[in-house]
Design a protein around this ligand. Structure first.
Ligand code: ZN
Length: 474
């Protein structure tokens, strides 16, 4: 999952700037999490972290699935309603809680059980030996996303225990290779393509004010950019390096790469990125950058504003399609003319464009007969733009404010990385990434070392789901 980073303005006012009406932000009666329910979240998260669910020969993802299944069955799910499907070395879990109105399409609560590889020697502690230290849980998956998964499962179990009866069915759907090849993600989306809506806990999330446990703002992802790899290749008969030819494969490839490096795809915005720039500007410490963000939101064709936005790695991904050179190889001997030179161009495509269209644009930019361009993208798809669902937007804003008992700035976002949600969106199912977990800016270690999460999140995150899930299924 991708979490955004912003330079925070520590004194920024915490203001409600949501899409919903202020009245919708008011909390309604939802269960208050008990101490035992909070403890169950931590227990499940720690047990999951202890299971090394990493791609490879010793992949233990099916054991994570079994752990979750056992919890659900103990809480009243019929064994036949919790289906673990082995898929190669990994597995998926689909748990169904039928609604009282069978005609309604289900709400899918999505997540993944696998984690990114972590090496004991690189970490301060064993990444698969979860530890709580001073209110912070450490371990691989603490943020991406076993803690989030434990919250989701526990919240649904608790709602059932509190006597809630959903009108719309609720399906927990956990994939088993989201961090690598996403084959199970694709399979699950096809299996559940009849869903009304997908809430994915693997993305979005909140930010605490620096050094505190005070929420500053909360993001949810309504879409994500598509991933693409294009190979550029120049081949040549080659020859002896003492007899150079006018055409040289390495030089020709280099000329193409310089053009790609200098090219900027058109600036764009949509119904997610426009409000993101407007609202995130309030938390930006640099006044010039904040002004550029607001100006870009007002007019993406404002050249001065676009130049500042595009020069900033935190912002450029939200301003349009980006393509960069990421791999380079060529030649076969010090004293031979190169017979082959190759480069990889990695693109993050703004929603609404096909991979074919972006490749055609690159071809025009390179404008060379000798540079062959091939789409070598592995396993990615280009989802259509997901429309914003007003019922989701209202419910999510209400839930996050109920969680913390106060107004919190809510910022819709378009992620630059990918998640399971893209497979649902590709099939026309709206999917929103909406983790209720808050992190401090200097404690974001998803995919990295010494991953951690603050346990102060447990009670508000359960409260978030106690509000959100009934609002979307009652
Ligand atoms: Zn993830």
């Amino acid at each position: 999952m991708t979490k955004m980073t912003l330079t925070l303005l520590a004194s920024a006012a915490i203001i409600g700037t949501g899409l919903s009406t202020p009245a919708a932000a008011r909390a309604v009666a939802a269960p208050v999490p008990t101490a035992a329910e909070e403890a169950a979240v931590l227990d499940l998260a720690m047990k999951e972290i202890a299971i090394r669910s990493v791609r490879g020969e010793a992949n233990r993802t099916p054991e994570v699935a079994a752990l979750v299944r056992d919890r659900l069955i103990a809480a009243g799910w019929a064994p036949g309603d919790v289906v673990i499907t082995r898929r190669g070395e990994t597995a998926t879990l689909v748990a169904t809680w039928a609604g009282t109105d069978r005609a309604l399409k289900p709400l899918v609560l999505s997540g993944h059980m696998d984690v990114v590889e972590a090496k004991r020697a690189d970490w301060q502690r064993d990444p698969f030996g979860p530890v709580v230290d001073n209110g912070v849980l450490f371990g691989r998956g603490a943020t991406d996303m076993k803690f989030d998964g434990a919250l989701l499962v526990s919240a649904v179990i608790d709602l059932r225990a509190h006597g809630y009866h959903p009108r719309r069915g609720i399906v927990i759907a956990f994939s088993g290779d989201e961090e690598t090849v996403m084959a199970t993600s694709d399979a699950l989306a096809h299996e559940l393509k009849n869903a009304d809506l997908v809430i994915n806990a693997d993305g979005g999330g909140g930010t605490f004010a620096d050094g505190t446990d005070t929420p500053l703002y909360w993001l949810w992802d309504g879409n994500e950019k598509a991933y693409a790899d294009y190979q550029l290749e120049v081949t040549n008969p080659g020859g002896h390096s003492s007899e150079p030819r006018p055409d040289n494969a390495i030089v020709q490839l280099a000329q193409a790469l310089v053009k790609v490096g200098a090219y900027q795809f058109p600036a764009e915005q949509n119904e997610l990125t426009k409000p993101w720039f407007e609202r995130a500007a309030a938390f930006e410490a640099d006044p010039a950058k904040a002004a550029a963000m607001r100006a870009f939101a007002a007019n993406p064709h404002d050249a001065a504003a676009a130049a500042i936005v595009r020069a900033d790695p935190d912002l450029v991904g939200r301003a349009g399609t980006t393509c960069v050179a990421t791999l380079l190889s060529g030649g076969h001997a010090e004293n031979a003319l190169p017979q082959r030179a190759r480069a990889n161009i990695n693109c993050r495509i703004f929603p609404g464009h096909s991979r074919e269209a972006i490749m055609a644009e690159l071809k025009t930019v390179i404008a060379s007969d000798v540079v062959k361009i091939t789409d070598v993208t592995d396993g990615s798809i280009t989802p259509p733009v997901t429309p914003l669902r007003a019922d989701y937007v209202v419910a999510a804003e209400k839930a996050i404010r109920a969680a913390w008992g106060k107004d919190i700035a809510v910022i819709p976002n378009q992620a630059s990385g990918g998640s399971d949600s893209m497979f649902y969106r590709a099939l026309g199912v709206p999917a929103y990434n909406a983790s209720p977990v808050f992190t401090r800016r200097d404690e974001r270690f998803s995919h990295g070392l010494n991953e951690r999460v603050r346990l102060v999140n447990i009670k508000p995150a359960l409260t978030f789901y106690f509000n959100l899930i009934p609002d979307l299924t009652k």
